[in-house]
Ligand binder design. Sequence first.
Ligand code: RIB
Ligand code: CA
Length: 312
Amino acid sequence: MKKIPIIIDCDPGHDDALMLMLAFGSEKFDIKAVTTSAGNQTQEKTLNNALKILTLIGAKVPVYRGAEKPLFRNLIIADHVHGETGLDGPSLPKPNINSESISAVEGIAQILQSSKEKIILVPTGPLTNIATFLLAYPHLKDKIERISLMGGGIFRGNMTPLAEFNIFADPEAAHLVFKSGVPITMCGLDVTHKALVFQKDIELLRTIGNKSGTAAADLMDFFSIFYRSNRTELDGGAALHDPCAIAWLMEPDMFKSKSCFVDVEINGTLTTGTTVVDFYNVTGKEANTEVVYDIDRERYIQLLHDAISRLP
Ligand code: RIB
Ligand code: CA
């Protein structure tokens, strides 16, 4: 079966790491490159973390360093969730690969320019690199088939009452991406707070018995600390956000979604970074986003387990 051509843009980050394991372990994707964004930690750390994870799983793929900060705002990080390194918890191997000499934006441009087919972008961090690419290379926009992202939410936020971290971290970038006209799949907090990983699921990953399974379980043990003390309504589950953006490309029937018009607030005192989802089409505006809001959790866990089982 033909593999799906994608470029991953991420800010590892524990759930980004699991997303990379799913993407590479699934064997369903022709992964052209991995680019890194500043978000969960600084660019220095997210890049190093991406190189560590790719080394662990034996992935040979070009890696490009992305922006150091958002388009206009100061960098905010999520060390309260991901720790000082951005991947606290497991001990991971030193990278045996280096990043490329050109930037993430130039790398994306080169790949799209030379590709005979359209490519799907899969950002799971702030959208700074994607927005910068769209600004710098507008003539290559048509080479993007779709953007399948983790970010936003219909009814809630996790950085403010209404804004989710990836969007809040760089709202201007997100606004530009949602306005771009590129078809978007948005895996926001509505679906990711149903993509829950419980201790039994972590132990299932650990029983795989390979390096990747052990690392995935150790990563989830650390990631769960935040959720068990700050999201008690999730009954001990951790919201495994980022792999949703990959899993939707693999098995969209595992999810529920609706085509909606979505815009991003960039001026509100209380609402900046909110993805404003016109779920009932009250504005009459044309839908620009497939908004994902539900998931078959058991299938999700099985997908992760099967992919990680294929890794070293
Ligand atoms: O709000 C969750 C998102 O922010 C995830 O992508 C997580 O990795 C962080 O980047
Ligand atoms: Ca992320």
